[in-house]
Design a protein around this ligand. Structure first.
Ligand code: G6Q
Length: 514
């Protein structure tokens, strides 16, 4: 389907003669190639694309009905499926989790989902009021989508945490992960929220029992401390075991669940209920922008198209997302799951293998730290690595100092802009070891300050970007069959492990397990 779109041919042709940025990069280009929305600016003058390429990319979006598909998703149509084969067969309605403000969707499925989310939010508000001042710490036990997004948001908003409301995370089934967290805490004053949509995840259930056993050993009744977030009727849906239970639904995918109760209980404890609502408000505003902004002014759509240009037509295999913000330390790990689990697909929505490149390998670390390590390869390596930089005009804490004429925040942003230009322009030199080839594509996403509102919008920007890419590539961004095989084999391995003493019978496992 994707390859049959008329603009596919145009773009394939254009990709044979990609732009040389050094010859076109002017202040006018930088000014002109920038769009704004929901408090963000996306500067893309340093991408390897010109007017003809952009026009073809927007035609591609139109031919693939990207905007209509975004509408169908946000209305709650069943888009998570592979036609003609057994597959998940569901709506995709994480956007309804934050459709709690003035522009409530009128589509029945979406408004039903928003109503369900509103009830859980109200329950959360009441619960938070009831426990106010009684606990100092909260541990979230969960893995994958039940950990990465919520954890990255909690880390990013540290300056907004309420004093005396600390949060911690246990995800790995490695006992050192649990022990490391437990050793820090007074369990008498600690809540534990166990998050598992399926209620069957090995790591999470094991860690729950691990922490319950520790509480029992200390003479604490786990029923007075443990909270569940799970799917209705899952094995964990057993309110008699928990102080409180909250629900999520099958129309919210794990990696899209940070704004549901999966993130809500922990973030509500850390930030207070109004702080969590601010994240939802930011995410909702970006969802609305993705749905309604004209394609040429649509932040996630433009980012999606530039990504498709770099990945499918220029054939660059990876994407580095580099926040110039220490607070976003864990955000690339969340985006890695969001993007790679969604778009790491080799069949299209009709079950046919694709013969074009889909999702890139996504990775990243905060700048400027990366400049002192892997930027060598980015500037002078044999592979070209497109980058998306994220920056903020102001720091979160606001305490800064002028040293030699500039503040630290100014130094941080100057580094971001310098890297963007250095990658685009490169450097000539008589010494080959000092040559920077340049023409290395990158774009910059800028906002004023990383607040709960901004972070909600940033989260939604990436969720919607990934969804737009899936719509255009014609793949299903909302299932994750690729993680099933390993889970299945691990369970068989565990069964084998249980019956043995001494060395692990690896040879036997290879013969018997697959
Ligand atoms: C995300 C994935 C996966 C999932 C975890 C945890 O989209 O489906 O990362 O979130 O496997 O699953 P549970 O929440 O069911 O424990």
């Amino acid at each position: 389907m994707f390859q049959k779109l008329p603009s596919f041919q145009t773009l394939s042709h254009l990709a044979k003669h990609p732009l040389d940025m050094a010859s076109v990069l002017t202040p006018e280009r930088i000014e002109k190639m920038a769009i704004r929305g929901v408090g963000f600016r996306l500067l893309y003058g340093t991408e390897k694309v010109d007017g003809a390429g952009l026009a073809a990319l927007f035609s591609l979006a139109k031919e693939a009905h990207a905007m209509e598909k975004m509408g169908a998703m946000q209305r709650g149509e069943v888009i998570n499926r592979i036609e003609g084969f057994e597959s998940e067969n569901r709506s995709v309605l994480h956007t309804a989790m934050r459709d709690q403000f003035e522009q409530r969707q009128c589509a029945p499925a979406a408004s039903r989902a928003a109503g369900m989310a509103a009830r859980e939010l109200e329950k959360l508000n009441t619960f938070l009021q009831a426990i106010e001042g009684k606990f100092t710490d909260l541990i979230q036990i969960g893995i994958g989508g039940s950990d990465l997004g919520p954890r990255s948001l909690a880390v990013a908003l540290q300056p907004f945490h309420r004093p005396g409301c600390r949060v911690h995370f246990i995800s790995n089934v490695d006992p050192d992960d649990a022990n490391g967290v437990l050793s820090l805490l007074d369990l008498k004053k600690t809540l534990v929220v166990v998050v598992s949509k399926s209620g069957t995840t090995l790591e999470t259930l094991t860690n729950e029992e691990f922490v319950r056993a520790r509480m029992v050993k200390m003479g604490i009744d786990p029923k007075t401390r443990f909270i569940a977030v799970t799917g209705e009727k899952s094995p964990m849906d057993n309110p008699s075991r928990y102080l409180a239970s909250f629900y999520i639904w099958d129309f919210v995918g794990g990696r899209y669940s940070a704004t549901s109760m999966v993130g809500g209980v922990m973030l509500g404890f850390a930030l207070g209920f109004p702080g969590f609502k601010e994240i939802l408000r930011g995410a909702h505003d970006m969802d609305h922008h993705a749905l309604t902004a004209k394609p040429e002014e649509n932040l996630p759509l433009l980012s999606a198209l530039l990504g498709i240009w770099n990945r499918t037509f220029l054939l660059y295999p990876t994407l580095a997302i580099i926040p110039y913000s220490q607070a976003l330390l864990r955000f690339p790990a969340h985006l890695q799951q969001l993007d790679m689990e969604s778009n790491g697909k080799r069949i299209d929505q009709t079950g046919h293998p694709v013969s074009y490149s889909t999702g890139p390998v996504v990775w990243g670390e905060p700048g400027t730290n990366g400049q002192h390590s892997f930027y060598q390869l980015i500037h002078q390596g044999t592979d070209i690595v497109p980058l998306e930089f994220i920056g903020f005009q102001q720091s979160q804490y606001g305490h800064d100092l002028k040293i030699q004429g500039t503040t630290s925040q100014e130094k941080l942003l100057s580094n971001l802009f310098a890297q963007s230009l250095a990658l685009a322009l490169g450097q000539k030199n008589g010494n080959p070891n000092k040559v920077f080839p340049g023409n290395r594509p990158n774009r910059i996403l800028l906002a004023e300050k990383l607040t709960p509102y901004t972070l909600g919008a940033l989260l939604s920007y990436y969720e919607n970007k990934v969804a737009f890419q899936g719509f255009i590539w014609g793949i299903n961004s909302f299932d994750q069959e690729g993680v099933q095989l390993g889970k299945l084999l691990a369970n068989k391995m565990i069964a084998l492990f249980a019956g043995k003493k001494g060395d692990f019978p690896l040879g036997e496992a290879y013969l018997n397990i697959p």
